[in-house]
Design a protein around this ligand. Sequence first.
Ligand code: ATP
Ligand code: MN
Length: 538
Amino acid sequence: MDTYTPTTKTISLKQYGIAHNNVHYQLSPKELQGATIQKEMGKQASSGALAVNTGEFTGRSPMDRFIVKDEITEEKIWWGDINIPFDSEKFDKLYDKVIAYLNEKELFVRDCYACADEAYKLNIRVINEYPWSNMFAYNMFLRPTVEELENFDPEWTVVNAPGFLADADLDGTRQHNFAILNFSKKIALIGGTGYTGEIKKGIFSALNFILPVFKNTLPMHCSANIGNDGDTAVFFGLSGTGKTTLSTDPNRKLIGDDEHGWTAQNTVFNFEGGCYAKVIDLSKEKEPEIYGAIKEGAILENVIMDANGVVDYADTSITQNTRVSYPIYHIDNIQQPSIGENVKNIFFLTADAFGVLPPISKLTPSQAAYHFISGYTAKVAGTEAGVVEPQPSFSACFGAPFMPLHPAVYAEMLSKKMQESGVDVWLINTGWTGGPYGVGKRMELKYTRAMITAVLNGDLGLYSYDNYHIHSVFGVAQPRECPGVPTQVLSPRATWNDDEAYYTTAFKLTNAFRENFKKFEAYASEEIRRGGPQRYAF
Ligand code: ATP
Ligand code: MN
């Protein structure tokens, strides 16, 4: 069983320029929780979980994420406002400043690794200013055994100093916070933000460069699980579309909830050792596995508790992005090690706030490539200041903020893998039904689960005219019936009760697709372009 293994090993940080020995190495989650509470940086919830506030930042800050431009990266990175270049000399200076800052602090260090498949293992040393950030690293990365720890050789280093504030003019950052990847030095340098997601997504971004460039493996922003017959399912989707929720399925073994690699041997392995679930409106009835994982060892972020430590998951007064991290073994039904074979189904999850995409449809290979490059979901009012009506949001490969290479590189790899493995690809709308956001409502989780179960159990019937209907606007194939789902729910138009409004809104969305796809047209074959929606407004 993969749990905490005590060690008597100690380390020195002299090689990093840190002279003092006030370094806590490889503390247990319990010790880190104790240290957090003792420093009044967190409280214990009634469930036993640790609850912390991450401070000024309760989400990632994409505009403050940089990549050092140097020999390794210059020619390969897709530079732009997602992958913002950072000067290599400026990096060295800023790094020295952060180290000088940490030289005055008590520190928490953890050796761990990413990639559950031995052949891809990436050893990581995480140096944290705060104990709870170090506990996050325990939860989210993979945990070495005592033997592995004996001769541990860290390849990448995460230096995490939330209390260090940059001086933008002097340091070359945009403002006081930053997350910078340096591929030559193999360092992720994070300062000015306590948001833990920056730690895991820093290493994810590094792997999204390393695996395709050096290891012929496709990195994916997806969750994955495996059935009793050994069939693996993969769920792509942007934040909030349901990767964590839907992969946590009591009838299938969880492989991972966010980051995976698909190898040339047709296996899928998790990069991480834990899950990072949204807890907004979490309920024991609807999501019993995630609810049950929130116990001693888990870290709740930015939730509101009463005097008895009882969490009110409906309270979003700090942020909508309330979270919990826990080691994967907090879920009962898991695949160990976190590797699956035989990929049979791929789901593209989208939370369509226009309410026009079918809740489930099957995609042709052209459509799959088109939708992967588009990476559509929608933002609703409330999540970002100034958003009052649904806004389409496109993020290539369903994870553009973490993808250092041009989207076409990942898309080509995926298309090839889809062909070789003969997978079925499904588009699942976990968003709105019966009208757009404000008029309709979110698709019921039990229906989305029933649709996915039907696919995985082969209950949707053969792919034929009798069983499927081609959507007149989007061109995708909607099943006519699905066990456990009222038939009317399967047709978005039927749920609206207003054909004209439905088509007007559908065309609004297809136009947004077309507009967004323009920047990829030069890279897309005629076949991929044919995978787009069939009709547009004029
Ligand atoms: P991230 O990349 O930020 O981790 P994610 O894709 O893992 O995001 P989830 O954490 O699974 O997203 O969030 C989905 C949210 O939507 C959950 O809070 C879930 O309860 C809610 N939800 C409501 N209806 C549905 C539905 N029909 N399908 C999936 N999730 C739903
Ligand atoms: Mn998730």
